[in-house]
Structure formats: structure tokens, C-alpha cells
Design a protein around this ligand. Structure first.
Ligand SMILES: C[S@@+](CC[C@H](N)C(=O)[O-])C[C@H]1O[C@@H](n2cnc3c(N)ncnc32)[C@H](O)[C@@H]1O
Length: 197
């Protein structure tokens, strides 16, 4: 998914994308390098310029994202240092979308993963967290996977418990009809990591 990078590159000159699967890393690098046969993310760029009413900037936007995207790196949230053997400098902002919902089994996991994301952030740094509320399953191809089920209260308390201050939290009720997954709403949270005193 690259949709969020179109907005992010308006604010950040250097962006690092972390992915766990080698195939995803390879595909995204092909797109960054405009290689033949790379996945066409044109619809994401078009969506961005349409929302921002900047359709004349379509070409520029693609180039801006590509030049901000410095590295596509491997990560695994199960590891102590999730980008082992590389240690990244602390980030100004982390965007995590639909990741914790999918990889967490229970509340303790979710909080532990959140702590790992926090450890990659500078004090005062921003965390933008997007997820599905009340998800129990999702489907990919013919396979059905477990979703971690949580509500707004749990997300808020988890962030606050890990030393974040929530600046904005919005919940948007589901409008899509599909039995491929069963979430009830999408949650968008912008929070910052408290400075240590
Ligand atoms: C629903 S997708 C979220 C996609 C994400 N927003 C993106 O743009 O790539 C869940 C992602 O979690 C990744 N994942 C699974 N186990 C992981 C782990 N242990 N550490 C980090 N990512 C993991 C999967 O490869 C998958 O891309």
C-alpha cells in the first residue's frame, strides 16, 4: 500500500518503508525504480490529487514520492530489533496501517508491538495508527485468517499506557458490504510520544 505516502511526502523529505515479505520489498523497489512490469499504483496517485483537487500535479506527485522514499527495508515485529541487523535512527513519525490488527493474537501482543513501534520514535515523535475495530476474520484468496478484535477504548488505553498523548482519534463506521472481512469501523489515531522528563 502506498496511498499514505502521497500525503507523507508533503511533510517528510526522507521516508523509509518497512515490509516483512521479500516479495513485497522487491515489488515496491521495482515501483520506486520505475522498472518495466512494476505494479501500477496510478490509482493511488489519482485518488490523492482528486481529493486534494490538484489533478495538474499528478506526474509531479509520483516523482515526489519516489524521491522521498529512501529505502524499502525488511522488518519483523517478532524480533527484538525489528530491522535487525540494521538499527535505524529514531523517526519523527511512524505510520502503521492495518498491521497490529492482523499480527496480534491477544491484547498483550498488541501492546508489545505498540511498544516496539514506540521504540523507533523520537521523544515527541508522531504515531499515526490506522486499524479495523471489531474485526474477527479476514480473507485472502481462499484462506480465512484470524483478526485481533478490539474497540476504541482499548486502542486509546493501550496508547496512553505506552506513554502516548492522543491528539486526534476518529472512528468511521463501515459502509462497505462484503463478507471477505467483518470489521465494524475504521479507527484513525494521531498521537505523540511524550517527552521524557
Ligand atoms: C493487512 S497487511 C497491512 C499492509 C500494510 N498497511 C502495508 O502497506 O504493507 C498486514 C501486513 O503485516 C505483515 N506482517 C505479518 N507478520 C509480520 C511481522 N511479524 N512483522 C512485520 N510485519 C508483518 C504482512 O506481510 C502484511 O503485509
Amino acid at each position: 500500500m502506498v496511498h499514505h505516502l502521497y500525503s507523507a511526502c508533503e511533510f517528510f523529505k526522507y521516508i523509509i518503508v518497512l515490509k516483512t515479505r521479500d516479495r513485497c520489498i522487491m515489488e515496491l523497489k521495482r515501483w520506486v525504480d520505475t522498472r518495466t512490469g512494476a505494479f501500477d499504483w496510478g490509482h493511488a496517485a489519482k485518488l490523492y490529487v482528486d481529493i486534494e483537487e490538484k489533478s495538474d500535479q499528478l506526474q509531479d506527485k509520483e516523482e515526489k514520492v519516489r524521491s522521498a522514499l529512501q529505502h524499502v527495508m525488511k522488518c519483523n515485529l517478532e524480533k527484538e530489533n525489528i530491522t535487525d541487523p540494521i538499527t535505524l535512527p529514531l523517526a519523527d513519525c511512524i505510520i502503521s496501517a492495518w498491521l497490529l490488527d492482523v499480527i496480534s493474537r491477544e491484547q498483550d501482543n498488541y501492546i508489545r508491538y505498540l511498544r516496539k513501534l514506540s521504540s523507533l520514535l523520537k521523544p515527541g515523535g508522531q504515531l499515526i495508527l490506522i486499524g479495523d475495530l471489531d474485526l474477527t476474520y479476514f480473507t485472502v484468496g481462499a484462506e480465512k485468517f484470524h483478526g485481533f478484535t478490539y474497540d476504541e477504548d482499548f486502542a486509546r488505553k493501550s496508547l496512553e499506557g505506552e506513554g502516548f498523548v492522543i491528539d486526534c482519534c476518529e472512528v468511521k463506521k463501515r459502509t462497505v458490504k462484503s463478507d471477505l472481512l467483518d470489521y465494524k469501523a475504521i479507527i484513525f489515531i494521531a498521537a505523540h510520544k511524550q517527552n521524557l522528563v
